[in-house]
Design a protein around this ligand. Structure first.
Ligand code: TRP
Length: 363
């Protein structure tokens, strides 16, 4: 089966290390492997507006940030299509028809949406657009006939919803749409990077993120003030590496090469962990090492970002061209879908002829 890959991000902030290990890195690998027919990466501005309707400026400003982050990690518009969701109005049209294939109670059961509703305090003032964003996400995926959707595990309920809508559409109207499959990161640590404060997730609103666009100095400052094991008070104390974000980040980023270069007294992470757990290894030393590791990884990303920051006009052109390409694909699928739904009146010669015949007979 030919692979069509699609994924996306809401432009509500700059992208951080959590995005990087959780998805961006894997996308770049997929892109460079080239084992696909089409690959799309979407900036989901319309979805971002479902809980930011009163703050369009925020979305507008972050489109360029996310685009710069994409390009700086190595997503390459000559290999894949990067586009903006709202620039493909066909997606909205799909959503309107899909709404008929899903019930209110089904949407209310979506566990990711449920917990987001709680987080955002939407219990008594829930925007309909927010509740229905899984339907709109189904359009994002199916309009491109994407069969592979690389996402974090919080997106699994969206994919389940998408598959249900696809099955229901195909059952009623005929086989037009393709059932998508999630592609999860197979690396446990990469699934979710904790915040610098040790909380479960990096989140802009908490302020516990390291951004891809942070300077070397910012990365150093953030790492040096990271949460570690609160019971590891004196250097001699035995330390815990398991729920310790410093070690979790190392797990996600460190290579034996980094040890050779910055910490040659250890060969690998296991040795470092063993020493920390036994006692006698101070947090400062591990943090300084982590800062070096992160900066080594981030430096080429920063360099590329700087280049693109000097040609913003071209970045907008990339987005515009990508959006045009995406639109023409979505329009093709929509045309097929509308024909299957029998709402393609003007293209249906047989329909017109049958009505001519019907009224001729009656006359
Ligand atoms: N909901 C996704 C997120 O918050 C973003 C997104 C929108 C998406 N449309 C998509 C992801 C389609 C995959 C496919 O991260």
């Amino acid at each position: 089966m030919e692979k069509i890959i699609l994924t996306g991000d809401r432009p509500t902030g700059k992208l951080h290390l959590g995005h990087y290990v959780g998805s961006l890195k894997q996308r770049v690998e997929l892109q460079n492997k080239g084992d696909f027919k089409e690959m799309y990466v979407m900036i989901a501005d319309a979805q971002a507006l479902t809980d930011n309707a009163d703050n369009p400026e925020k979305i507008r400003e972050n489109i360029i940030e996310v685009a710069l982050d994409y390009l700086s990690v190595g997503l390459d518009p000559s290999k894949i299509t990067i586009f903006i969701q709202s620039a493909v109005p066909e997606l909205t049209e799909f959503t309107f028809y899909y709404m008929n294939l899903v019930t209110l109670s089904r949407l209310e059961r979506n566990p990711t949406v449920k917990s987001e509703i709680n987080q955002k305090g939407f219990e008594t003032s829930l925007p309909m657009g927010f509740l229905t964003y899984p339907v709109s996400q189904t359009s994002d995926i199916t309009a491109f006939k994407a069969n592979i959707v690389p996402v974090g595990d919080d997106q699994l309920p969206m994919l389940e919803q998408s598959r249900e809508i696809v099955r229901s559409f195909n059952n009623i109207y005929g086989e037009v749409l393709v059932e998508p499959k999630a592609m999860l990161s197979n690396n446990e640590v990469c699934k979710r990077l904790p915040g610098t404060d040790g909380k479960a997730k990096m989140s802009k609103s908490i302020g516990n993120c390291i951004y891809l666009s942070d300077s070397k100095e910012e990365v150093e400052r953030k790492v040096m003030s990271m949460y570690t094991d609160p019971n590891h008070i004196k250097v001699e104390d035995p330390g815990n590496t398991k729920d310790n974000p410093v070690f979790i980040y190392l797990e996600a980023f460190v290579t034996d090469e980094h040890f050779k270069k910055y910490l040659p007294e250890y060969q690998n992470l296991n040795e470092l962990k063993t020493h920390y757990e036994k006692g006698g290894l101070g947090d400062m030393k591990v943090k300084r090492f982590l800062a070096n590791v992160l900066n080594t990884e981030l430096e080429p990303i920063r360099q590329r970002r700087k280049e693109y920051e000097g040609k913003i006009k071209e970045v907008y052109q990339i987005l515009e061209e990508g959006s045009k390409k995406a639109q023409s694909k979505a329009a093709e699928t929509l045309k097929e879908a509308k024909a299957a739904m029998k709402i393609n009146y003007f293209e249906d010669e047989a329909l017109i002829n049958s009505h001519i015949a019907k009224y001729r007979e009656e006359a």
